[in-house]
Ligand binder design. Sequence first.
Ligand SMILES: Nc1ncnc2c1ncn2[C@@H]1O[C@H](COP(=O)(O)OP(=O)(O)OP(=O)(O)O)[C@@H](O)[C@H]1O
Length: 290
Amino acid sequence: MLELQQILWRSAGSEFQLRIPRLSIKPGITLLVGRNGAGKSSLLKLLATAQFPAAGEIRYNGLTVERDLPVIRSMIGFVPTGIELYDEMKAAKLLHYLAELKGGANQQHLDFLMDAFHITPFKTKKIKTLAQGIRQRIALAQAWIGSPAYIFLDEPLNALDSLERLRFIRFMASNAREQTIVVSTHELNEWDVWADQVIWLEGGQIRYHGSIEDWNHGLQLSVWEGQLDSVACSELDPAIILHMRSEDRVYTVRCIGQEPPAAHFTKQTTSLEDAYFIRCRCSDRSRSIG
Ligand SMILES: Nc1ncnc2c1ncn2[C@@H]1O[C@H](COP(=O)(O)OP(=O)(O)OP(=O)(O)O)[C@@H](O)[C@H]1O
């Protein structure tokens, strides 16, 4: 269990502050969502001990940074955005080297990770010759070296193709039972059946923390779908449209609202991303009213 108490972090170069009075993160996959600049990367860096709060405390199964930093770091796997790998090293060598740094290389475990992350065909290639997606898979694989109890991933799916995205999410889900994995993402629907919890950050504060099931319920707006011609479509408020596709000048529109925009629209099941859109929209509206 990860426990945060009275956390305050101030950005050195801006007015931004992250304030978390209290947060407990259970084992499993927790999605960290929010707009650009909400504080997701800042929170992940705090959790990964890559930076420290100005005030407050984070406990890792009772251990604290002040007393137990080396032990805590040995329990953490971290993939920040834009991680830089050693260009001149070969893929397998790099993973072996990183495993040595983490306290010892177990070749069987490294082979398992290279298979799981589909790195084996490229293991003798220099990092600089590899495609961006393969580099990202190496960056992800290194986080699992030593089977850490805590894994923090900042937009891990970036640069992965759709097959590799699914493969990675499945790997994570099948390995997440004993691990606490916090993953920031702008693509919620991909995690739909795999994630356990959601944390929604806005302006450095937690707006929601709870189960995936609760995230989609108790919303002020519903999701509607129906077909419109181009004239009716152009009269819709763009701010309520989630998705639109056209065929032979007929538009199939997925949108949000308390009521359907036209009588023939039908109510749809709310996806994780729909719920995010609704929550942001309601938050903007209450801010503009207040
Ligand atoms: N090292 C830093 N120096 C200065 N300001 C920073 C630093 N890191 C973050 N910030 C500021 O903190 C705020 C939060 O940034 P952060 O990167 O945590 O947001 P985010 O939710 O991860 O955004 P995105 O979705 O764009 O990645 C921003 O206003 C940013 O300018």
